[in-house]
Design a protein around this ligand. Structure first.
Ligand code: ADP
Ligand code: MG
Length: 189
């Protein structure tokens, strides 16, 4: 409950056979949580429905089981919270909310365009956690498109520079799991 996951699905429920572009051994290594001790980030990229949120949640559950404090948020939620806090003069207080958990999971970078102020606040958070607090991030957009996502190539580059300095990237290329059953039943072709 502490972590605010959108759903609770342990890694054991993830069907690796359906998504061969994912290196199962790499994910099992991440499940051991060494990346948290090293302060490494995990970035999960891929189109909708391929299991990015599922993997982020599953790794979050592993981290909780290992005793770490974990917070899960969407990028939109995080930016809305920080933007409101800035307007209310409580930015420092709210930034602490996102810097104190040992592992911060930021889901769905790229689904919604980010305003300039939001991009700046996101950069501030990434800078504060840089080389201190590991993160798991998911995005439907390749790194090359993050300039458009953040509406500013310079800020996107600065964000990526810090994120990728110590990071593992999982690139998922495959079909949406959401369409799996429909494909099977012939409803979609
Ligand atoms: P994404 O975040 O990439 O859009 P999700 O992680 O939300 O996709 O996955 C969509 C749905 O399909 C979720 O209910 C998720 O649990 C399920 N799912 C996706 N990939 C797998 C998989 N390989 N094995 C089991 N369930 C999966
Ligand atoms: Mg998702």
């Amino acid at each position: 409950a502490m972590a605010r996951f959108p759903f609770v699905k342990p890694l054991e429920t993830f069907d690796f056979a359906y998504q061969p572009s994912i290196d199962k051994r790499q994910v099992l290594t991440l499940a051991s949580c060494h990346y948290i001790e090293h302060g490494d980030n995990v970035i999960v990229l891929g189109p909708p429905g391929v299991g990015k949120t599922h993997l982020a949640v599953s790794l979050g559950i592993k981290a909780i089981e290992a005793g770490y404090r974990v917070l899960f948020t969407s990028a939109a939620q995080l930016i809305a919270t920080l933007t409101k806090a800035l307007a209310e003069g409580r930015l420092d207080e709210k930034l602490k909310l996102y810097t104190t958990p040992r592992l911060l999971i930021i889901d769905e970078i790229g689904y919604l365009p980010i305003e300039r102020i939001g991009a700046n606040l996101f950069f501030q958070l990434i800078s504060r956690r840089y080389e201190r607090g590991p993160m798991i991030l998911t995005s439907n957009q390749s790194f090359g498109a993050w300039g458009e996502v953040f509406g500013d190539r310079v800020i996107a580059t600065a964000i990526l520079d810090r994120l990728l300095h110590h990071a593992v990237t999982l690139n998922i290329r495959g079909n949406s799991y959401r369409l799996k059953e429909k494909l099977k039943s012939g409803l979609v072709r």
